[in-house]
Design a binder for this molecule. Structure first.
Ligand code: MG
Length: 383
């Protein structure tokens, strides 16, 4: 016995055995509170919410509207001393309002669930409460993921097993404006490695935007036409012109219902064509295969992190490219979206940078790149 023990000691196996035991001991200590919940304690999850108005740094203009604020609803789910943060951001064109989000949140009864770890049951129940309300659903989903990540003590990119070094650079949006303002905004965008440009008005305006930016910088450009081009031949002509201007992708060139025309454009396009308005939820993806090269995932469209993660898996299985995007929103929803960034080719996560009154500190852009932290949950601190 002594000999065997000596042998094990020499071979380092005793040390190895001790190392294997350690995580269990650690879990018993760190996870004690969580374990109480799993075993069905009478602790109850409490959902709270408040309206918040994001003030934009610049007037925000896309092909069919302009605005200076974005309505938001901030959520919290508290359980056993932990608090998870969430957010619904509602650009007016998507049909949700602070009132409709709050009406939806009032219907939710989390006391029927034993613990926050029942993520699948909880979010399936929330999704079934109404047909749409995707931003309201995302506000619950994000707060729940933040809560569970905090209880476990890990960020979601790590729980999901993603490699944080593979995150892309984020684009920074330069909105439609006069030549002088576009030049100024382009200079402001200089810390970023990718400029996003919203096109889709008339040819003269679209070409003015690109030529004006190119008079200032050669930085790569992502183009978002926001369904603005109605004719497939014109769309392809524009894309061919843009291809000569160091543009690397085109988001939603044509109206979302013009699927056959878009498929023709994609087939003939020298640049990848990405679905945004055409791709809201997981179930939209299969029908887009062949018509688009990839999809833009946004938490406010797809009900949150659970479905976003499923969309990553489905798109990859169909060999479609992935972009992660955002609305104008605080660092809360931006940091939640950033958790899937390692699996994406393009990121458009500048929504928090466009608002003047952020209430969270979270995901950072370092040297243009989406940079994930080891903070648990969605990785945010309330300011
Ligand atoms: Mg878009």
């Amino acid at each position: 016995m002594t000999n065997r023990r000596e042998f094990l000691k020499t071979a380092g196996l005793l040390t190895a055995a001790a190392t294997i035991l350690n995580p269990f001991e650690l879990f018993a200590q760190r996870g004690e509170r969580a374990l109480k919940g799993i075993k069905g304690s009478n602790k109850t999850m409490v959902l709270t919410y408040r309206p918040f108005e994001a003030q934009l740094r610049h007037v925000f203009t896309i092909s069919n509207s302009s605005r200076t604020t974005t309505p938001i609803v901030l959520t919290e789910i508290a359980w056993d001393g932990y608090v998870g943060y969430g957010e619904a951001s509602m650009p007016p064109y998507l049909g949700e309002t602070q009132a409709s989000v709050i009406d939806f949140l009032k219907k939710i009864d989390l006391s029927r669930f034993n613990s926050p770890f029942e993520i699948q049951d909880i979010l399936t129940y929330v999704d079934a409460l109404a047909i749409n309300n995707t931003a309201a659903k995302a506000a619950v989903d994000i707060a729940l993921h933040d809560l569970v990540g905090k209880i476990i003590g890990q960020p979601w990119w790590k729980i999901w097993g993603f490699n944080p070094s593979t995150t892309p650079n984020t684009s920074f949006t330069v909105g439609l404006d006069t030549e002088e303002v576009v030049k100024e905004k382009t200079r402001e965008a200089s810390p970023y490695k990718v400029i996003k440009v919203k096109l889709g008005r008339d040819e003269a305006t679209d070409k003015m935007m690109i030529n004006t930016i190119r008079s200032v910088t050669d930085t790569v450009i992502c183009v978002d036409a926001n369904q603005g081009w109605k004719d497939k031949h014109y769309a392809l002509e524009m894309i061919n012109w843009l291809n000569e201007k160091n543009v690397n992708m085109i988001e939603q060139p044509m109206p979302k219902l013009m699927l056959d025309e878009t498929a023709w454009v994609t087939e003939n396009s020298p640049l990848p064509i990405i679905a945004d308005e055409a791709c809201q939820r997981l179930t939209d993806i299969p029908k887009l295969k062949g018509a688009y090269n990839g999809i833009n995932i946004k938490l406010m469209k797809c009900t949150g992190m659970r479905e976003a993660r499923d969309m990553v898996t489905l798109a990859k299985s169909l060999h479609m490219k992935i972009m992660v995007g955002c609305m104008t929103e605080t660092s809360c929803a931006i940091s939640a979206a950033a958790q899937i960034a390692p699996e994406t080719e393009w990121a458009d996560l500048d929504g928090n940078l466009l608002i003047a009154n952020d209430v969270f500190k979270g995901m950072l852009i370092v040297d243009g790149k989406v940079t994930l932290s080891d903070l648990p949950g969605i990785g945010v601190v309330k300011l």
